[in-house]
Design a protein. Sequence first.
Length: 63
Amino acid sequence: MPAEERLCPACGGEDLRPLGQGHTSVVHEHIPARFERQVHVQEVLACTCGQGVVTAPPPGPGW
């Protein structure tokens, strides 16, 4: 997640800590003659103020 998106929505602070393991999504993509498995983890961060949580955006199409 880019640094400019790592701000608490409640207090605007930058002191964020991981909250669990994040959101995981699995994409199976068929490519002629083979299959590809991609695992994406969206980072979830909690502010030390206790009021704000920030989640990284999901991967876009064609990632």
